[in-house]
Write a protein that binds this ligand. Structure first.
Ligand code: ADP
Ligand code: MG
Length: 312
């Protein structure tokens, strides 16, 4: 207790500990939640946009260490779209786009791997280690974690009604997840941090959407929960209001009618697959909220959008 008080005073000054009893109460109220989640594997997708802010990144790293300390096994899968875009600009590599989607040619995928599995992966691992954790960064190539195949996207030509194949280059989807390398860590203090890169059948490098990669890993690890952190409040409905909870049927209809679009599609689809695959909770949450993870896991106040099985 002495140490606790000293640490607190040292870092935050006595002002923030205005009501130590209230603070103790908050901790005490977290106990049932901590007991519920102890021993659970939780996959956290850490979003490209939500990662940008330095202070939030520090809080995120702290929260991950806290989860590990109360007996949860967090596995982090991260994105990095904005950072990849910045590096491509810096290197003056120009991309072409089909229907708003970046075509990832051989030169581009090299940069994607460099940024995701290099800079960002190590930044997150270092932040967690600085917060007192023991993070190890991996890419999907390590230990054969993510074997991928090229994604197939088609588009129907409105004039001829012929389905055209769109070639997005080295963009893949997970085909086989080999969990061995993370299984080994499960019984230890190691926190895996995974970059969504996969190897192809011919040794190609594939860029995989981080939400999709997180979902595939959650399923393969039998994770209890999947938390997708992003930089919006959650899924918005037709009137731009936050949807706190939705059934899988509603989610599908909102994709079909175009209300859910762009980067939100792989998130919601990942949650749908996770729920079908038996994950207890798949949630899209606002990573811009300080301590978003703690709020979601250790309080009554769910934030963001929870996707639930049909007959709940
Ligand atoms: P991340 O970097 O976290 O993966 P993305 O940009 O890929 O984020 O995906 C989130 C984006 O999806 C939002 O910023 C928003 O522009 C878009 N989006 C599309 N439809 C919706 C919707 N119905 N509700 C919320 N966001 C949506
Ligand atoms: Mg995205």
């Amino acid at each position: 207790m002495d140490k606790f008080e000293n640490d607190n005073n040292e870092k935050t000054g006595p002002k923030l500990v205005a009501d130590p009893i209230a603070q103790a109460k908050v901790l005490s109220e977290a106990l049932p939640f901590m007991r519920r989640h102890a021993g659970e594997t939780i996959v956290v997708k850490y979003g490209g946009h939500a990662m940008g802010d330095e202070k939030l990144a520090r809080l995120f790293a702290n929260d991950i260490v806290l989860l590990k300390h109360v007996g949860i096994n967090p596995i982090i899968v991260h994105g990095g779209g904005p950072q990849i875009g910045d590096m491509l600009d810096k290197l003056k590599i120009r991309s072409s786009f089909i229907d708003g989607l970046r075509v990832t040619d051989a030169e581009t995928v090299e940069v994607v791997e460099m940024v995701l599995a290099g800079t960002i992966n190590k930044q997150i691992s270092a932040a967690i280690n600085k917060a007192g954790g023991f993070a190890v960064g991996l890419s999907g190539k390590d230990g054969n974690l993510i074997q991928a195949t090229k994604i197939r996207r088609t588009k129907r030509d409105p004039d001829s009604n012929i389905e055209k194949i769109l070639d997005l280059g080295f963009v893949g989807e997970p085909k086989k997840i080999t969990t061995h390398v993370i299984d080994v860590f499960q019984e230890t203090d190691v926190i895996p941090v995974i970059a969504p890169i996969g190897s192809g059948p011919r040794g190609e490098t594939f860029n995989i959407n981080a939400d999709t990669a997180a979902g595939a890993i959650a399923e393969a690890m039998n994770a209890k929960r999947l938390l997708l952190l992003t930089d919006v409040v959650g899924v918005l409905d037709e009137n731009k209001n936050l949807i706190a909870e939705m059934s899988t049927r509603r989610a599908r209809s909102l994709i079909d009618n175009g209300t859910i679009a762009g980067g939100m599609i792989p998130k919601v689809e990942t949650c749908l697959n996770a729920v079908d695959g038996g994950v207890d909770g798949a949630v899209i949450i606002d990573g811009r909220v300080p301590h978003a993870l703690l709020l979601e896991l250790f309080t009554e106040h769910g934030i963001g959008t929870l996707i639930e099985p049909e007959n709940d």
